[in-house]
Every structure is written in C-alpha cells, then in structure tokens.
Ligand binder design. Structure first.
Ligand code: HT7
Ligand code: ZN
Length: 876
C-alpha cells in the first residue's frame, strides 16, 4: 500500500448530508442499498468528481437521483468508485447497491457472521467493505438504517441510535428501522442481527431522562453479564459527576460476540464487545477479568463523548480519542479501586509494552505523521502513552485547569472532527498556560532518559538536583529537542517527613511539580536543614526513564517512608533490578547468584506490614518480569540466563521469607463468599503470591495441589494451576490438574483460553513441542482470534525462554503460523508479529535466527499490507 501523510490532509470535495441504508441480510449474499445525499463543498472545482472508497465489493446497481447512471459517468476499481458530471451546488442523491458475503468475511472487518450472529466492525476502514462511501472520520452524517432478515434466525435486528419501528416483511422475514440523530462518521456505524439473550436495566441521567440499558449475550449466558451491567451504570454516573457528560440517546446497547479482533468497539449507542470483556462469574472469571471488564465497559462508554460526539479529523489524530479515553478509564478505575495499586499496574503495563515499542523499530510519535496501514497504529504508544500525555497536561495545568480545559473542549468542538492542536488549545485558552514546548510529546517519539545527580551543602543548607534529558534517535527522527517534563517530587527527611524549601532557583517548581524544560538544568532548594532523600517522578508523573544512582540506603528509606505508595513500589523495583541483572550476568558467567540483603529486608518488611493494603503488597512481591530485566540489560540478551537468575533471586526471597509467606497464605484464607471487589481481589493476589513463594521454598507441588482442590473461584483455581504447570510441569499432579481443568471447562471457551495460555507460558525448551501439540487439541480453533492469541500469542509474547530457544525453531514455527493466519485475518497476524519487534536486543545466535524467520515472512508471496508493513519496519 502507499504511504499516507498527515501533511496531505484536505477536506472532501463533497459534503455528505444524509445516509439511508437498507440491508437484506443473507449469510452469503447480503444486499446493501445505500442512499447518499451530497452537495459540492463551496469553492470546489465544478468539474471535480466524487470519489468513494470500496473494498472487496460487488456493485449491482448505481442510481443518480433515482435514475440508473450511464456507465460513462462512473469508473469502478478494486478500491474506489469515481462519479463524474455532478451538480455544481445543488444536492443530489447517489444510490449504490452492493452484494457482500458475511460468512466468507474471515478478516472480521466490515459485516461478518460469527456463530450465527451478524455483526460489524467498521473502525478504522471497515465501512468501505459494506458499501462505497467516503470512508473517513471527518465525514459526519445522520443515518437511517433498515434491516430485513429471516425472523426465526434473527429475532433481533439492531443498529445505532433510537428504534423507529419494525414489522413483518412476508416470507418469514421481518424488518426493523433505526434512526441515529447524532451526525457520525462511518467508522461508528454498527449493525447486529441474530438470536441472543438480553439483560436489561435502566439509568436515570442527571437531567432525569430514563435510558434503557441492554446487554445482549448468547442464550444461557445472561447471568454472566450482571457485572458488566453494574460497571456500565457506574461508568455513566462517574462521567456525569467527574466530567459533566450525560448520555444522549434513549437506549444504550452492548452486544458480546466471540470472534472479535480487538477488545471492544464504541459504535454509537451500540457497542460491540469481545465476549471476554463482558462475561464474568466467580467460577469462570479471574479478578483480572473483572477489572478488565470494568475498565473496557467504561472505556467504550466514555468514547460516547471523547470519540463520538467529538471525533477525529483524520486517523493521525487517533490519540485524540484513544489517549484521552484511556486517561478517562484509568481515572475511573482509580476512583473505583485503589488509586496507588491501579497506578502501579498502569506503569508496569506501560513499561513492559510501550517502552519496548518506543525504543525499537516500531517506534512512532503519539501523533504519527505517516502510515501505510492504519490498523497497525492502534498501538500502545497511541493508547497508553497518549493517556500519559493527557495526564501530564492535567499535572501541568492542575485539577481545576484541567476541568476548565475539558469543559471548553466539549463546548467548542461538540459535533466536530477535531485535531490534537484543537485539544491542546483548549487548555491554553482555559488556563493561559503556554503548551507549545509540551506539544512535542505528540510529535517526538522515544522515551526520554533523564540522568539525575544531587548534592547537599550542609553549611549553606541547600540541596541541588541536576537533571539532564536525552531522547534517543527513533525511526525517521534523529535530532530531538528538549521536552517539557513535569516531575512530581518530595524531599524526604530522616523520619519520613517532607522538607519544605524556603526558596527554589534554577527553574519552575510549582507545588510538588518540578518542570524540566531545558536539556540540562540544576534546581537548588534552600532552607534544607539535613540531607534529604529525593523521591522523584512520584506517581510516575512523566513517562520517562530515570538514571539516578541512588544508594541502597536511600532506596530502602523511600521503600519504608514515602507517603506516595507508587514511589515505595518504585523503590522496591529499583532495589530489585540490580540484583536481577547481576543474577543474569552471574548465570551467564557460570557463577553463583547472590541476593542483596537490603532487597530481601525491604520486601519482606512490606510483605509483613498489615497496615498496607494486600494488593499493594502483592505488587511489591511481583518482582520485575524477565522482559523488564532484558530491557534493563539493554542488549545481547540471553533469556535463559535471565530466567535462571530471576528464579534464583525468587528462591532466595522464598527462603528468607518462608515463615512470612506461610503465615500470609494461611491467614488470608477466606471464609467469606466470593466478591469481585478490589479488597477481595487484593487479598487473593497476596495469598496467591505467597503460594508461589511457598512452592519454591518447599519445592513440592503439594501446596498448589491442595489450593487447586480447595479453590472456589477462578482466580485461585487458575493461580494454583499456574504454579503447578510452571514449577512442576512434569509432575503427575500437574497432568491430573490440567486434565481436570480441561474437562470441567470444556464448554467454556473463555476458560479454555486460560488453559491454553497457562501451558503456552511453561518455561523451557519443551514449550514449542507443547504448543504444537496443543494446536492439535480438538479445542484449538484457528478461526477464533481469542484462541489464537491465547496459545500462539501468549507463547510468543510471554514465554521468553520457550519462544527464544537458541536453535530458532520457535521463530520459524511462528513465521509459518503468521503466514497461515495472514491468509484469514491480516490484522490479527500483524499484531501477533510485533512479538518479534525487539529481536535486535537478543544475543547474536538467537538474533540471527529471528532475522531469518522474519526474512522468510518478508519473502512470502501475497502478504497482506498489514503484515508487510510490520515485517518491513521490524527488519529495517
Ligand atoms: N476504538 C476501538 C478500536 C477497534 C479497532 C480498530 C481496528 C480494528 C478493529 C477494532 N476493534 C476496535 C476500540 C477502542 O479503543 O475503544
Ligand atoms: Zn478506545
């Protein structure tokens, strides 16, 4: 495909006024009639033709003002329909009829049929697979939709907006009509038809309008939608209370489908979800599943204002809706749960996903300036770094300033397709703060590195902090400018009290935020009576890497005393990482591994501190992952040495803390009925962390076997199974537990996904054979994206030793699978392929094998543009 450039943006020549769609649904031959009313935009060349987008369409009719169009006036190609000789200014109507095949649509873009349910996915460019259309987000129109279908197979006929009416249609068919009064771009169009069960509720909005809420799921699964409904009502209330946003239709619907390329989709009034993010009950869903459901229900609902009412001018502005909406869902979850624990989880995710993306071949700015395949830009940089950029705006302008800026954004741009510049300008206009330098965060890729040093002058009672920022070169961007980086900080005294300086020089410090704006800057704080310990980037106020050689004593001090829980967790991480990297190096050199006593002491003090919430203690015990250690080591990585080194450190902690872990495991056993709330989830997380350490110190599967037998919820059951499978993969007890789990949950696809994932992540050389064997399991369905992600995706992304075996066999297996998946579902294949994005950081033997596997993909015939784009960028 050709490259699209932000600089080439220009509005359409024709304005679309109205859209009337009629669908005659049929599994293999659905007829779509689209009546489109346009007029030429003022000032546009009267000879300019109308160019509509299309993709794999069969056109069977084309009318101009209801009269068949002469062939000389139009040209149809594989991806466009061009119509000439159109009126200079008067409105005109184009009626296009197309035939499409929903059953054959394995890409899951456009209209497809999955398990007997018709559903659509139109973002980003799926609508053009339904009819010829100006399929771009700056074309907003009001839609009427008529759906005609066989009544017995499709009692339910849904589309966006409010229900107009329905009736019988003869020959066993019926129809329904929907009208969406809010102008929207085509990517927010949705249609669902089929036979589904429903869970219903209502919500009374802040202006006392009653909204009907409906969640549609497969028959028999209604009880598992209760938590999603509760999360929806809490989201609606929260958006009213925190952002002043009220829902704007009479009905809000969610449909859960089992074949879906991503998590969910915010179609106006008719969200479509991957059923993984709707269905939950204690027997089948983990605490993480509940938290994900809450977050994604909220995310899609929040899009109603940030994305739908105000949409994006073009796809380069994707972060305008995604970064902002992720920020909103993060804030929602923080308010519903523990703010500190939520923040730790967010930062863990950002570091493990976004930081590697931003330091590798797929690095791109939060607002990219070019793309070949837009589907490949639904990235963690656009979403999660985009959210961090929004969070930094809130930090810089303050809570009130942020509220004023958001209010202005909603007021100024409602009903529009906006840009990142429009968004930033609202905060400038609302607060008077100049965000020119800050805007670099949208344009400049790469994670800034900040090198920090400090000095204390006892005689002068001054404390100085020197900071130097650097952003490494990224693809297409070599020279980088200094950024505006807001760093929350505290100067912590001996007893934990925070020192209050009498004056600051060297740069702007407002409240607890230090504004780093120069390449290199020294801040001097006066009136500091004793050497303080600096706690810097508290709450992870900026998505940066700090290089700060703080002493073990200072880190232990922060771990013990900081009033910011995030900073305490960060100090534990900073104490762990040198131990873990040294352990990997020791293993590589054939030397014994040592674990520093400061780490053990600090960690076990937190573990045993009952005044701290269990979820926080569990986060402290989840030491940096193997990929975190690989990133810290930088290059020439040997995943086996990293794994063995980490295991040795865990074993040392398990030994030192055996009594603590035993007391925790026994003491946290619950006598209460299961509740998915954050407090219960935290207790389970801590107890299961203790179980993992006990399995190490006792070196026996007995504890996990007992936990597996006693578990009354999926969190405990799957954790016990993970301990068994990962620590004792060859034990007969493990085989028995895996078999019991498989037969108990054979009818539940979402639980079977867990069963596949647990086995796909068993470390070591046996992993590849195991994965290949599991592909032969009757439950493995290559057409279901969740199943493919659960087995092949989890193996590639989350099994560093198994996937990176030195002989390269797993890379070659993976390459073949990517090519097979690409034939069916290019978007899925391209996303999985990003698992190889950090191949250059491997030691040379593995790196050579990975390169060869990537080249075999690049050489393959008939690659999709999605996979071609990723493989070429990864290899560049
Ligand atoms: N806005 C939605 C993105 C999405 C998507 C994009 C491309 C292909 C399929 C897709 N399904 C959903 C989801 C969201 O961010 O809320
Ligand atoms: Zn989104």
């Amino acid at each position: 495909g050709r490259t699209i450039n932000l600089a080439d943006y220009r509005p359409t020549d024709f304005v679309l006024e109205r859209v009337d769609l009629t669908f005659e649904l049929d599994p293999t031959e659905t007829k779509v009639e689209a009546r489109l009313i346009f007029h030429r935009r003022e000032g546009v060349d009267p000879a300019a033709p109308l160019v509509l987008d299309g993709d794999e369409l069969k056109m069977t009719g084309l009318l101009f003002d209801q009269i068949e169009m002469e062939p000389a006036r139009y040209t149809e190609t594989a991806d466009s329909l061009t119509i000439r000789d159109l009126p200079e200014s008067a409105p005109f109507e184009i009626t296009v009829t197309t035939l499409i095949n929903p059953e054959a649509n394995t890409q899951l873009m456009g209209l497809y049929r999955s398990n007997g349910i018709y559903c659509t996915q139109c973002e980003a460019e799926g609508f053009r697979r339904i009819t010829f259309f100006p399929d771009r987000p700056d074309v907003l129109a009001v839609y009427t939709v008529n759906i005609i279908a066989d009544k017995a197979a499709n009692p339910l006929l849904l589309s966006n907006g409010n229900f107009l009416g329905g009736a019988g249609y003869g020959e066993g068919k019926h129809f329904a009509a929907w009208f969406d009064p809010h102008p929207k771009p085509s990517y927010l169009f949705a249609l669902v038809a089929g036979d589904l069960g429903v869970v219903e509720d209502t919500f009374v909005t802040m202006s006392e309008r009653e909204v009907a809420l409906k969640i549609y799921v497969e028959h028999g699964k209604e009880a598992r939608a209760a938590y999603a409904m509760d999360a929806l009502k809490r989201s609606m209330k929260w958006d009213e209370e925190v952002f002043g946003r009220e829902y704007d239709l009479d009905i809000f619907m969610i449909v859960a489908v089992s074949d879906f390329n991503m998590g969910a989709m915010e179609n106006k009034g008719l969200n479509i979800f991957n059923d993984k993010y709707v269905l939950a009950d204690p027997e089948t869903a983990t605490d993480q599943d509940y938290a994900n459901i809450e977050a994604i229900i909220a995310h899609e609902y929040f899009h109603n204002w940030t994305g739908n009412r105000i949409t994006c001018r073009d796809w380069f502005q994707l972060c305008l809706k995604e970064g902002l909406t992720v920020y909103r869902d993060h804030e929602f979850s923080a308010d519903q749960r523990s703010r500190a624990v939520k923040r730790i989880a967010e930062v863990r995710h950002l570091r493990s996903e976004q930081f590697p993306e931003d330091s590798g071949p797929l690095s791109h700015p939060v607002r990219p300036t070019e793309y070949r395949e837009i589907n490949n830009f639904y990235t963690t940089t656009v979403y999660e770094k985009g959210s961090e950029v929004t969070r930094m705006i809130a930090t810089i302008v303050g809570r009130d300033g942020f509220k004023k800026g958001m209010d202005l954004y909603f007021e100024r741009h409602d009903g529009e397709a906006a840009t990142v510049e429009d968004f930033v300008k609202c905060f400038e206009d609302a607060t008077g703060r100049d965000l020119t330098q800050f805007s670099l965060w949208y344009r400049q890729a790469g994670t800034p590195q900040i090198t920090v040093s400090s000095s204390y002058d006892a005689a002068a009672k001054t404390f100085s902090l020197s900071l130097e920022q650097m952003v490494a070169a990224t693809p297409g961007q070599t020279a980088k400018e200094p950024m505006h980086i807001p760093l929350r900080f505290a100067l912590i005294g001996e007893n934990g009290a925070e020192a209050q300086p009498t004056a600051v020089s060297g740069g702007e410090v407002s409240g607890d935020v230090l504004h780093l704006t120069e390449r290199s800057q020294t801040f001097t704080f006066s009136g500091i009576g004793a050497r303080p310990v600096v706690s810097l980037n508290r709450g992870f106020s900026a998505p940066v890497n700090l290089h700060f050689a703080q002493s073990t004593e200072d880190l232990a001090h922060i771990a013990r005393h900081d009033s910011d829980l995030f900073a305490r967790w960060q100090a534990i991480t900073d104490l762990s990482l040198p131990n873990l990297t040294a352990a990997a190096e020791a293993v590589g050199a054939g030397k014994p591994v040592e674990c520093g006593s400061a780490l053990c002491e600090a960690l076990l003090a937190i573990t045993a501190d009952d005044s701290l919430e269990p979820a926080f203690r569990a986060q402290a015990l989840a030491l940096p992952s193997e990929s975190d250690i690989a990133r810290e080591l930088g290059a020439n990585n040997d995943p086996d040495a990293i794994h063995q080194g980490r295991q040795a450190i865990l074993a040392a902690i398990a030994k030192a803390g055996a009594a603590t872990f035993r007391a925790l495991f026994d003491g946290l056993a619950s006598s209460q009925p299961f509740s998915p709330d954050a407090a219960g989830a935290g207790r389970r997380a801590l107890r299961n962390a203790a179980l993992g350490f006990l399995a190490l110190s006792e070196n026996s599967p007995a504890g996990a076997v007992e936990a597996f037998a006693e578990a009354d919820n999926m969190t405990d059951l799957s954790q016990a199974l993970t301990v068994l499978a990962h620590r004792f993969p060859d034990a007969t007890e493990t085989h028995a537990a895996l078999a019991a789990f498989e037969s108990r949950f054979a009818a539940n696809a979402l639980v079977l996904d867990k069963w596949f994932s647990i086995q796909a992540t068993i470390p070591g050389n046996g992993a590849l054979d195991r994965v290949m064997r599991l592909m032969q399991n009757p439950h493995f369905t290559a057409s279901n994206p969740n199943r493919v992600r659960a087995l092949i995706g989890t193996f590639a992304f989350a099994n560093p030793t198994g996937f990176n075996r030195p002989d390269g066999k797993a890379y070659h297996f993976f390459a073949e699978e990517i090519l097979a998946i690409d034939k069916r579902n290019p978007q899925l294949a391209a996303r999985l392929l990003t698992a190889l994005r950090s191949w250059r950081l491997l030691e040379p033997v593995r790196a050579d094998q990975a390169r060869e596997a990537l080249m075999s993909i690049e050489r393959a015939p008939a690659l999709s543009s999605d996979v071609a784009d990723i493989v070429e960028r990864i290899l560049k």
